[in-house]
Design a protein around this ligand. Structure first.
Ligand code: ADP
Length: 630
């Protein structure tokens, strides 16, 4: 080693999160400790993919060593297990960024979710994916030596740590490009020095890896001298290129864990070879749980694009539309130009055709789960329902198909299980619309006076309480030919629907109520746009409704809370002329009438989930009434 290299040795501290993660991981993943080998082989395979991609435009990166492979060996005397690859390698800066920090998006949220309960946290950490750091489950010291392809031999970097908070970094000479990781095994982990044990772990986890994984053992030659003997342990062909009939369920699952960076089995997958104007193979998986970065706008993981087996890019937001960003897997295109840049590729029509095809296959898969595996679909909905809902506004061509996949709560069930098709199937005779109510909470929705007449007539109403639901209903106008209608907007006319129980008593003639409505309008001028007789109230005296063309109150509140400016529109007050309170109002003097009218409106605002502009005034008026009644 040269003096300059020695001078560059430095000790650095891990990012605080790394320390915490290491500690947690070692304790919680111990029962699945062999996964460290899977993680390291997986990283080595990704490094080979990256080298192949960069070498497309710069073949010199191969440095006369174009046969990419991963080699695993053990040294029983030293107590070490070594994983070596001739992939892309890392520069000094990359080592600091990738190995000393957790660059993964969603890290902060991940730590926010930890509970301190070992069992729960173990599951979480599995979902998060720990990669390289899993080495510390079995090793008390890890030495990583690497050189990035394209840099000269004196630009090697050695990283070393015992996993307790610090690491050293020094510049070393490294003749071969790529990465070598030496695990100094802990006292109790000598099983990983056993050839047979190591080979069986490699076989279990690496059969689908597209490049050879060799186990380099020691053997005696005829002269009795020890020599190295390399044996390829995996099949070394990309899983998706094999015939479906030759792939077992376990192999599909193992491959998912590799591409999806997940520890759990996937829920479902589809493997298709498409021939036509564009030939491509796609292997797409639905995970069993939401990834940590589901709500992170910069998340990159998702579907990987290969062209003729050469990895081109991985980007959750570009190969799949945003509403399918939870899908994992690979697309391998046969006819796309290899040497085209990622940016250009993305915009080609050919790529668009492939993308559309994959979206259709994914929707087929989701349809199939929804149809035939109800319990699994409930999981899909639980984890990805909010994301799928975005598709209604995002993917115009598939809007109807996406709408079929949606599930809601309704006045008939608190479970999010009602599909629009279910709803339409049980619409009442004479009912011509799909009714819904948006609210901030389920309790708020269920207590809404807007539902009264629907309850009375036995008409089901969908209860929408996710923020994204406002987006859904502003993009989905009809389903199966039936318009969607808010129960809190415009006029409601259920006269063609027969009442579930006895016929409703004849509604008091609205014409006769004209003077009362006029007085109310005058008393509430400035707060209500209009006051009219209601056809939706049964028990409550009054409720607010949005005018046909206005924004509903729930959406307006939501947008305001997000800091957006919302056009001010006053609500319409609907009153229940059959209610005793309204009857009583008629006889009141003007001053008292105005007070009571104000109270009626205040109540309606509260029931609508809104806030009163003058809560003190409201309380005073209620108290006046209480004393007056006493
Ligand atoms: P992940 O693989 O999930 O990103 P890791 O902690 O396993 O997380 O690895 C972090 C990063 O370190 C990788 O994304 C990669 O950039 C780099 N890295 C790890 N192993 C290698 C390797 N063998 N060769 C090149 N880069 C690697």
């Amino acid at each position: 080693m040269t003096d300059t290299a020695a001078a560059t040795k430095e000790t650095l501290g891990f990012q605080a999160e790394v320390k915490q993660l290491l500690h947690l991981m070692i304790h919680s993943l111990y029962s699945h400790k062999d996964i460290f080998l899977r993680e390291l082989i997986s990283n080595a395979s990704d490094a080979a993919d990256k080298l192949r991609f960069e070498a497309l435009s710069d073949p010199a990166l191969y440095e006369d060593d174009a046969e990419l492979k991963i080699r695993v060996s053990v040294d029983k005397d030293a107590g070490t297990l070594t994983i070596r690859d001739n992939g892309i390698g890392m520069s000094r800066q990359e080592v600091i960024e990738h190995i000393g920090t957790i660059a993964k998006s969603g890290t902060r949220e991940f730590f926010g979710k930890l509970t301190g309960d070992q069992q729960k946290d173990a599951q979480l950490i599995g979902q998060f994916g720990v990669g390289f750091y899993s080495s510390f489950i079995v090793a008390d010291r890890v030495t990583l030596t690497t050189r990035r392809a394209g840099l000269t031999h004196e630009h090697g970097v050695r990283w070393e740590s015992d996993g307790s908070g610090e690491y050293t970094l020094e510049t070393v000479d490294k003749p071969t490009r790529g990465t070598e990781i030496v695990l100094h095994l802990k006292e109790g982990e000598r099983e990983f020095l056993d050839d047979w044990r190591v080979k069986s772990v490699i076989r279990e986890y690496s059969d689908h890896i597209a490049i050879p994984v060799e186990f380099v053992g020691r053997d005696k030659n005829e002269a009795g001298e020890e020599v190295e003997k390399a044996e390829t342990v995996n099949r070394a062909n990309a899983l998706w290129t094999r015939a479906k009939s030759e792939i077992t369920e376990d192999e599909y699952k193992a491959f998912y864990k590799h591409v999806g960076h997940d520890y759990e089995d996937p829920l479902a997958w589809t493997h298709v070879k498409v021939e036509g104007r564009q030939d491509y193979t796609a292997l797409l998986y639905v995970p069993a749980h939401a990834p940590f970065d589901l709500w992170d706008r910069d998340a990159k993981t998702g579907v990987k694009l290969y062209v003729k087996r050469v990895f081109i890019m991985e980007d959750a937001r570009k190969l799949m539309p945003a509403y399918l960003r939870f899908i994992r897997g690979v697309i391998d295109a046969a006819d796309l130009p290899l040497n085209v840049s990622r940016e250009i590729l993305q915009e080609t029509r050919d790529m668009e055709m492939i993308r559309n095809g994959c979206v259709r296959k994914t929707l087929d898969l989701l349809d199939d789960i929804a149809e035939n595996r109800k319990a699994d679909y409930a999981k899909v909905w639980e984890h990805f329902g909010k994301v799928l809902k975005e598709g209604v506004g995002e993917d115009y061509a598939n809007k109807e198909r996406i709408a079929r996949l949606l599930r809601f709560r309704s006045t008939t069930t608190d479970e999010e299980t009602v599909s629009l098709a279910d709803y339409v199937g049980r619409m009442k005779e004479g009912q011509d619309k799909i009714y819904y109510l948006t609210a901030e909470t389920l309790a708020g929705a269920k207590a809404s006076p807007h539902l009264e007449v629907f309850r009375k007539k036995g008409v089901e109403v969908l209860l929408l309480t996710d923020r994204v639901d406002e987006w859904v209903v502003s993009n989905l106008f009809e389903f199966d030919g039936k318009p969607l209608a808010s129960v809190a907007k415009g006029q409601v006319d259920l006269s063609s629907v027969k009442a579930a129980a006895e016929e409703a008593p004849a509604e008091p003639a609205e014409a006769a109520a004209g003077p009362l409505l006029e007085r109310l309008k005058k008393a509430l001028a400035g707060r209500a746009k209009d006051v009219r007789a209601s056809h939706r109230l049964v028990e409550s005296p009054a409720c607010l409704v949005a005018d046909e063309g206005d924004m509903n109150a729930n959406l307006a509140r939501m947008l305001k809370s997000m800091g957006q400016t919302v056009p001010e529109s006053k609500p319409i007050l609907e009153v229940n002329l059959a209610h005793p309170l309204l009857k009583r109002l008629e006889g009141e003097s003007d001053a008292r009438f105005d007070e009571l009218a104000g109270l009626l409106l205040d109540q309606a605002v509260l029931l609508d989930g809104g806030q009163l502009e003058d809560p003190a005034g409201f309380v005073r008026r209620v108290n006046d009434l209480l004393f007056a009644g006493a």
